[in-house]
Design a protein around this ligand. Structure first.
Ligand code: PLP
Length: 357
């Protein structure tokens, strides 16, 4: 199975550990006498897997008891609409720090009044704001932030705390890659295809007090309260997706848990940033204090070299590094499943490429 397996540095769907893929192969054929694709979603077997998966989320991220954990259908983009539908009654604040952050803001504007609490669009999203640069409004329903900006390679290091303004964070590209300060947080969400398996679901972790404030008049399928009440089985859940997330979370625990993930990701990122800093060919557009440990974005002097870089990397099995379609450049995604050896290979290739060109 491993023969011919590429080093996939793609932003998402991203790499899944090989051990997990092997386990999926078994469950695919036999999940208690049926394939996992065939398992009845209200059977004891599935309900206990759903509960176990939510508990694994708690265990991996040290989620406090006063938070609810849900795994519901659809990706982060659905939450761009569901969050305001559930929580925006008067007005909300949005920090626009990148492509997805802007998308979340525009979707919420279709629901109700939103204030732009911060934007770095004019400087090509090259920085993350400090808490003092975010302008929250009075009696805001919530402040929405995006913890990691995949296209621009920036990441929120410290979550801002504002008195009386709940913090909602899209953590799609860095949930399960680092510790979370739960004192700062009211709601966290992330689609599963980045660091928690395959596409089809979103992990939502919400403070119970905050969930109480959610709109009661929504259609059930859009209501976070209803999903919580139904134990994430309101309608047929994406059974296979949840199965994969279950196995990925167990893999994280077996490999040192969230502390080890965080440490490894910092090591991998600094290997790359060091390589960039030492070179005169590669340039990192993200400001120093804002750089991401998951999405490392850099540019080459011109489009021609960029193309050559991507095609030569592919020859040694390094794929998924072309930048986001809106900005180009190179983007390397360092999910949990990427090994230090793979990052080493990439850094070595970068040095060789620079020497040759
Ligand atoms: C990838 C990504 C998304 C999009 O997720 P979908 O599941 O495709 O809706 C949203 N937000 C962030 C931060 C992302 O990295």
């Amino acid at each position: 199975m491993s023969t011919g397996r590429l080093h996939n540095f793609g932003a998402g769907p991203s790499m899944i550990p090989l051990d997990v893929l092997k386990k999926i192969k078994n469950g695919f054929m036999d999940f208690g006498g049926v394939s996992v694709l065939e398992v009845y979603h209200r059977s004891k077997g599935f309900i206990s897997m759903m509960n176990e998966t939510c508990n694994l989320v708690r265990k991996v991220l040290n989620v406090p008891k006063d938070f609810e954990v849900m795994i519901i259908q659809g990706g982060a983009s659905l939450q761009f609409a569901m969050i305001p539908l559930n929580f925006l009654s008067s007005h909300a604040d949005y920090a626009v720090t990148g492509y997805w952050a802007k998308d979340a803001y525009l979707e919420a504007k279709a629901v109700g009044r939103c204030n732009l609490a911060f934007t770095s669009e004019k400087i090509d999203f090259s920085k993350i704001p400090g808490a003092d640069e975010i302008k929250v409004s009075k009696r805001s329903n919530y402040l929405h932030v995006t913890s990691n900006n995949t296209a621009y390679g920036t990441q929120l290091d410290v979550f801002p705390k504002f008195k009386n303004v709940p913090l909602v964070s899209d953590m799609t590209s860095d949930l399960f890659t680092r510790q979370i300060d739960w004192n700062a947080m009211s709601l966290v969400y992330a689609s599963t295809q980045k660091n928690a398996g395959t596409a089809g679901a979103t992990v939502i972790i919400v403070k119970k007090d905050f969930l109480k404030r959610a709109n009661d008049k929504l259609p059930a399928i859009l209501s976070l309260k209803e999903h919580a009440k139904a134990g994430s089985i309101l309608s047929t859940p994406p059974v296979f997706t949840i199965y994969v997330t279950n196995l990925v979370l167990k893999w994280i625990l077996e490999h040192g848990g969230i502390d080890a993930m965080e440490t490894n990701n910092l090591v991998k990122a600094s290997m790359l940033y060091d390589t960039i800093e030492r070179s005169s060919m590669y340039f990192c557009p993200a400001e120093e204090g804002s750089r991401s440990s998951i999405s490392v974005v850099f540019d080459l002097p011109n489009k021609q070299l960029e193309k050559k870089f991507i095609s030569e990397a592919a020859k040694i099995g390094i794929v998924g590094i072309a930048g986001h379609r809106i900005r180009g450049g190179i983007r390397v995604t360092l999910g949990n499943a990427i090994s230090i050896a793979e990052v080493n290979l990439l850094c070595k290739f970068m040095k060789d490429f620079e020497n040759r060109n």
